[in-house]
Design a protein around this ligand. Sequence first.
Ligand SMILES: NC(=O)c1ccc[n+]([C@@H]2O[C@H](COP(=O)([O-])OP(=O)(O)OC[C@H]3O[C@@H](n4cnc5c(N)ncnc54)[C@H](O)[C@@H]3O)[C@@H](O)[C@H]2O)c1
Length: 390
Amino acid sequence: MRERMSRKEINIGMIGYQFMGKMHSHAYRDLSFYFEDTLKPVLKAIAGRNETAVIQAAEQMGWESYETDWRRLVERDDIDVIDIVTPNHTHAEIAIAAAEHGKHILSEKPLALTVEDAERMKEAVEKNGVLHMICHNYRFAPAVQYARKLIEEGKLGQIYHMRANYLQDFIMDPSFPLIWRLNKEVSGSGALGDIGAHSIDLARFLVGEISEVSGMMETFIKERPLPGAGQGLTAKTENSEYGKVTVDDAVAFLARFENGAMGTFEATRFAGGNRNKNKFEINGSKGSVRWDMENMNNLDVYFEDSPAGLQGFRSINCTEEVHPYAEAYWPPGHIIGYEHTFINLMHAFMKGIEAKESPSPNFVDGVRNQKVLAAVETSASERKWVSISR
Ligand SMILES: NC(=O)c1ccc[n+]([C@@H]2O[C@H](COP(=O)([O-])OP(=O)(O)OC[C@H]3O[C@@H](n4cnc5c(N)ncnc54)[C@H](O)[C@@H]3O)[C@@H](O)[C@H]2O)c1
């Protein structure tokens, strides 16, 4: 029997194991199945505070070992990468400790609670020479990558508009509990940082840097029952004690881009009927594109130079040979899903580690994103336009 070619491996240590923990675990497991051209992630160890739960998570998701304190994970010599999938208030402390122990880092978004913390994280990775990425996965949908290619090739001409909405409805019920996402000390902000941050990332990826913003924010339900055991997006509670919601339920803001384009953004958890409607439309002098996460394989395109009578948006299924990532997956028309955006992102991270270069989006992008989030909050509270420094 012939020996199989051995692939170079890289050891992952992950902190947190619920929604994103499951998603990232799946992506590491599948990455080398679809992509043969880079490092093979090994699910070395997972960390969580509750021993029974972390053992169960390790078994279910295929991790070799576990720790009950993330600090021990960060100190382990057999770990190359620390993956942070815990709530936002923990990102800075974990990332800085991981950098100081020479680990490469993948952090979930938003990078931190404040611009100051995000900058400390960026300084730590730069000072310690480790590679870093932030998990804005929607960039890695093939249709979004293809939109970027069209823009880069000048197919849309000069960009005039970016119109982005990220619409959810999971907390509309006033009896939905006060989960960590509704507590400013843990999450930093509400719809703004949780989902608006993704739209800001898409805008920066597709159109360019935002130079100033003018925003409004609203919290429709001011108090909610304290959470029970459940903390996820479908949490339930029987609790009759209430606590204060300290973040926005919804945000809308106008933006100017450095290149002169105009942006209109909306992020809300109160758009009934919209479960995860992350969408954008970009209009340029020669054409337009529009994308909707709930139909993520498709990109609608419109070109000014189409013949008279045939003008209008048409929908491209981005699964043909010419489309990004098509080679890694299935034949044309055999579509991929949400989880593949994470596999694609981690593929970029593995390639970056091999090339010793942090792929975008990384902590530099995370800081820039955090500055936009902070500017929107300042603008909403002070009722004025706020500019964003480089
Ligand atoms: N990229 C995306 O599309 C996306 C989607 C959802 C969430 N997120 C981000 O992922 C992160 C996690 O969100 P989630 O939805 O998975 O949350 P979650 O509540 O489902 O899971 C959080 C996990 O962190 C653990 N945890 C909490 N505090 C901890 C601590 N101090 N030490 C160790 N473990 C701790 C919890 O036990 C749990 O396992 C957040 O930063 C969130 O913004 C990103």
